[in-house]
Design a protein around this ligand. Structure first.
Ligand code: PRX
Length: 638
């Protein structure tokens, strides 16, 4: 992305912003025209209908994102490091993969996948730990026009089965196992279990060797990558893609049990992630950029892989955890690789802030220029700790607000341009038109107000649909506030127009930066034979942001088992069906749940009780069983 598109000061930001709102098509036309290689130019910049959620950017353009991430860098940056891979165990050597190497490895991988019958448009599920092959297989899919769907390697067998089934994948790429801290995870075993639950459609499982432990290989289905990769050619003819061809599907939680496969397409996503990466991280040619997220989430897709590589950057992929082998691992990596931009989540910041600050002081973090936060609201204390101890009060904090659905960052300070304000994501990036709506669907135009955060106009990175269910896409995002995209978040706008995201206003809870729907968790608890009904709410947690509090009604079966065992079984069930990230912190057995006359659980009351606030229940006149509140209050888990 050329420096001409970098915003350098506040007046320039306001000028660019105004321009982008007055004539968005002209604005994005210029960005797209000047920074990418295209096989064919577009015939129309934007066509959209917000009611029907039909959005087309760069219509009829022909491209391949990997030409922009890899091939075009080969002449000028062939020997530059594209990826620094930092392994879980610091005694294993880091890998420095140049653009030339990466291009070659991606081409070989694309040939392997072609040999296995993968074609343009086929869906490929990737269940890999944070090893180079994760980036390589994603880029290989993009190069050959296959649609990748990465499943975070912390998800359970059932979560894999439902995703594989929903997207109709014909191949799964996994590893024998993965390392995380002092744990080894049997990834291949989990995939076997998933395929036992959903056997149809998947023709092959391609296994990458990482842990070298013994795994079961099913004849005719399971294949070792090594056997194919070593023989594969490194010449591959890149597939020419249409601007609106699918690039990837990434699942996110919803308010019903079924995860939503957010569909992102080729051109708009590329333009948006590359543009925002350049501006939000003030990327300069010799920077060493590190985003500590997992590639299994959108943050990793957009800001470990596609955004940085489109800019020819050096990006770090870290396999491990912040506290292994010691709580200074992040600081050690920043010091070791001379990181210039560091991007992480408030949960990680809060948990590391709890450690002795000597862990930070032991390392030289002076190369850092910009530090970022993403995934959940950053509280004041964490913001200041990050600013004081990591940024040494000289690095702007970019508190970036966005979503899986938005493809890239929508609201964020531009470093050295937008004055930061603790806990505020501040101002919209060019092209983004946030609006606050009240519950009666009226737009709130004043400042110093809060409301439901919507976006008025499309931007290139917005998801185009939910895979296989466009109606659900319309219903979820475009119908609550007709004509606008509804984010599901609440926000506050201050006196100068800065935005502060206050949290979800729907049934999604952000735990440690992970989006969790209450419905899927409740569904899995209700699978327990002793459980009649359950309700999950979030409560403030000093490390995770939100903890999960479950209210569970047991069936009247004369259940005699100890409640402690039941709690363990419930969490085991959640672990098995969703993943350990969704385990409950607190479980309270109740004889009933507060319900309205129409049978709806009044979650507001349950939330208040979980928080320990017994005074502000609001209007309870529609409750069918107000007497239950006393019991629930009395037996609340501290
Ligand atoms: O509630 C917002 C929160 O994370 C949600 C999106 O989650 P996901 O799709 O998993 O994507 C996370 C990474 C982009 C949002 O609806 N969120 C994300 N960033 C912030 C945030 N909340 C407050 N401040 C942020 N910077």
């Amino acid at each position: 992305m050329s420096n001409n598109f970098k915003i350098n000061n506040l007046p320039e930001y306001f000028k660019q912003y105004k321009k982008s709102i007055k004539n968005p098509k002209k604005f994005w036309n210029e960005v797209a025209d000047n920074n990418f290689v295209w096989y064919q130019r577009w015939s129309k910049v934007l066509k959209y209908n917000m009611e029907e959620a039909r959005i087309t950017w760069f219509k009829n353009a022909k491209l391949n994102i990997t030409k922009n991430c890899l091939d075009r860098h080969l002449n000028k940056r062939g020997d530059k490091t594209a990826i620094i891979w930092e392994p879980n165990n610091p005694s294993e050597e880091a890998q420095y993969i140049t653009y030339k190497d990466l291009h070659q490895r991606v081409c070989k991988m694309a040939n392997v996948l072609t040999e296995l019958g993968v074609q343009k448009g086929d869906r490929v599920c990737i269940y890999l730990p944070m090893i180079p092959e994760l980036a390589i297989t994603m880029l290989a899919c993009a190069k050959m026009g296959a649609v990748h769907s990465v499943i975070f390697a912390g998800f359970s067998a059932s979560a894999i089965a439902s995703r594989v089934k929903d997207c109709g994948a014909k191949i799964i790429i996994c590893a024998d196992g993965g390392y995380r801290g002092n744990k080894t995870i049997d990834l291949k075993g989990i995939v076997d279990e998933a395929l036992a639950q959903h056997p149809s459609g998947v023709e092959s499982v391609l296994v990458v060797r990482r842990t070298h432990h013994t795994v079961n290989m099913k004849d005719g289905r399971d294949l070792w990558l090594d056997d194919y990769y070593s023989k594969a050619s490194s010449d591959f003819v890149t597939k020419i893609m249409d601007a609106e061809d699918p690039l990837f599907i990434l699942y996110t939680s919803g308010s019903t049990g079924k995860p939503k496969g957010m569909l992102h397409t080729c051109a708009g996503y590329m333009v948006y992630t590359a543009y925002t990466f350049k501006n939000v991280f003030d990327y300069q040619e010799n920077d060493i950029y590190w985003c500590s997220a997992d590639i299994g989430w959108i943050t990793g897709h957009s800001y470990i892989l596609y955004g940085p590589l489109c800019n020819g950057a050096t990006t770090i992929i870290f396999e491990g955890t912040p506290t292994y082998p010691q709580p200074d691992r992040f600081w050690e990596i920043i010091d070791k690789h001379k990181v210039t931009q560091f991007y992480t989540a408030p949960t990680a910041i809060r948990s590391l802030a709890k450690e002795n600050s000597d862990w930070v002081k032991q390392h030289n973090l002076s190369t850092l220029r910009i530090i970022g936060s993403v995934g959940e609201p950053i509280n004041d204390e964490a913001w200041h700790w990050y600013n004081d101890h990591v940024g040494n009060k000289k690095c702007p904090i970019v508190d970036t607000w966005w979503q899986t659905e938005t493809g890239g960052i929508l609201i964020s300070p531009i470093p050295f341009v937008t004055p930061t304000k603790p806990t505020y994501a501040t101002l919209p990036l060019p092209g983004i038109q946030p609006v606050l709506m009240d519950d009666k669907r009226n737009e709130i135009t004043e400042n110093q107000v809060s409301g439901n955060l919507c976006i008025r106009f499309p931007w290139p990175g917005i998801a185009r649909s939910i895979w296989g269910d466009h109606q659900r896409y319309i219903d979820t995002y475009f119908s609550s506030f007709p004509g606008k995209y509804f984010t599901g978040d609440g926000a506050l706008r201050d006196e100068v127009g800065y935005y502060r995201i206050t949290g979800r206003v729907d049934d999604v809870i952000i735990v440690s930066g992970h989006n969790l729907g209450t419905a899927p968790i409740e569904d899995s608890i209700n699978l327990h034979p002793a459980v009649a009904e359950s309700a999950i709410v979030g409560y403030p947690h000093d490390v995770k942001g939100n903890g999960l509090y479950g209210y569970v009604i047991l069936k009247e079966t004369g259940e005699t088992r100890h409640k402690v065992n039941l709690k363990k079984e419930i969490n085991l069930l959640i672990s098995d069906t969703i993943g350990p990230i969704a385990k409950l912190d607190k479980i309270q057995f109740v004889s009933a749940l507060p319900k309205t006359r129409s049978g709806k659980i009044m979650r507001r009351i349950l939330r208040k009780i979980a928080e320990g606030d017994f005074n502000n229940f609001g209007d309870t006149s529609t409750l069918l069983n107000p007497e239950i509140i006393e019991e629930i209050k009395r037996e609340r888990i501290e």
